[in-house]
Design a protein around this ligand. Structure first.
Ligand code: PEP
Ligand code: MN
Length: 338
């Protein structure tokens, strides 16, 4: 349920609504708007509540939110969420478009630094790199662990770029958060609810990737876990879903981007690297993602993709990344003028 306060309502009116709710064991979340305040109500809502609230001073309207996710629903927010990343305060959402780029996995100091320099030069704002890697086979390279986090932090010092890296286990959240500017929750962990609870308690942004068999509702309910645990700095990431096609690793669900913007106020990023699994398709799908309104892209880039320890087939060379960036810029520029 949401309570929309009238434009002329006072702070006392808002407080009275809050008191009414807390006396009934409910929580009121205030979203201050430029014109009027909106109060989101969480908890077990009883039939008479709507009437009670409607008659209170300063209340303009009371609406029921029928969606199972609340904090993550569009109705609960007063506008699109902007997430601020790192000390550099890189902004994403509400028209702020950014690119996260870097290797799938951190492999060595030279690899990370060279990639960070190259992607920064081409206009990426955030450096990506996995130190804890979820791999389908236990025999594949599973990442450098904390040593990898240290290399990412060195690259941040050298370039000034904030860093995003995956956290796989609830017990690793504090360690990863002590290095990372954004925590990444991978597709395979989208419904790891203990991990979501832990990451929700961290005062740093979280990128929540869509599980490859998750509906939009499942995905937004996972975002709700993060938000209900206190973290409002959530970025969603569409990374392709499983279909019957075998030529591509996954199928990029471009529908998801405008659909999520209809349902939800959080920024949504597209990951055409995992969404296609094959590098010649990455640039076309990056361009398409920008065209359908993605708030950003996350792209795998490697100094020498054929030598990569993971996801080489979908990694762009520095040169291909530069081309992708200028094509994306061209499409965004054209749309801004249309
Ligand atoms: C990754 O970003 O390298 C990754 C493992 O992504 P996903 O969780 O989408 O498979
Ligand atoms: Mn990868």
């Amino acid at each position: 349920m949401i309570v929309i306060m009238s434009a002329g309502s006072t702070r006392q009116d808002v407080e009275a609504v809050q008191t009414h709710l807390s006396q009934r064991g409910l929580q009121g979340h205030i979203n201050p708007g430029t014109e009027r305040n909106v109060i989101g109500v969480l908890g077990e809502i009883y039939p008479e509540l709507q009437n009670e609230l409607e008659f209170m001073q300063g209340v303009s309207e009371v609406l029921r939110v029928t969606k199972p996710y609340k904090l993550a629903s569009k109705e609960f927010a007063s506008g699109p969420t902007v997430v601020e990343i790192g000390e550099a305060k890189v902004r994403i959402g509400a028209g702020n478009f950014i690119v996260f780029a870097g290797p799938c996995a951190v492999e060595s100091e030279e690899q990370v630094l060279a990639t960070a320099d190259a992607v920064k030069e081409s206009g990426a704002q955030v450096l990506r790199g996995g130190a804890f890697k979820p791999r389908s086979s236990p025999y594949s390279f599973r990442g450098m662990g904390e040593d990898g986090l240290k290399l990412l932090a060195n690259a941040r010092d050298a370039t000034g770029m904030p860093i995003i890296t995956e956290v796989m286990a609830p017990g690793d959240v504090d360690l990863v958060a002590s290095y990372a500017d954004v925590l990444q929750i991978g597709a395979r962990n989208m419904q790891n609810f203990s991990l979501l609870d832990e990451a929700g308690a961290v005062p740093k942004p979280v990128m929540l990737k869509r599980g490859f068999a998750a509906t939009y509702e499942d995905w937004l309910l996972s975002a709700e876990y993060l938000m209900a645990a206190g973290n409002r700095q959530v970025i969603l990431c569409e990374r392709g879903i499983r279909t019957f096609e075998t030529f591509t690793r996954n199928t990029m669900d471009l529908n998801a981007i405008p659909a999520i913007h209809i349902l939800n106020h959080l920024p949504v990023v597209s990951d055409p690297s995992h969404g296609t699994g094959t590098w010649p398709l990455v640039t076309p799908l990056a361009v398409a993602s920008a065209a359908v309104g993605a708030d950003g892209l996350i792209i795998e880039v490697h100094p020498n993709p054929s030598e990569a320890k993971s996801d080489g087939a979908q990694s762009l060379t520095f040169k291909n990344f530069a081309t992708m960036m200028s094509q994306v810029e061209a499409v965004r520029g054209a749309l801004a003028e249309a």
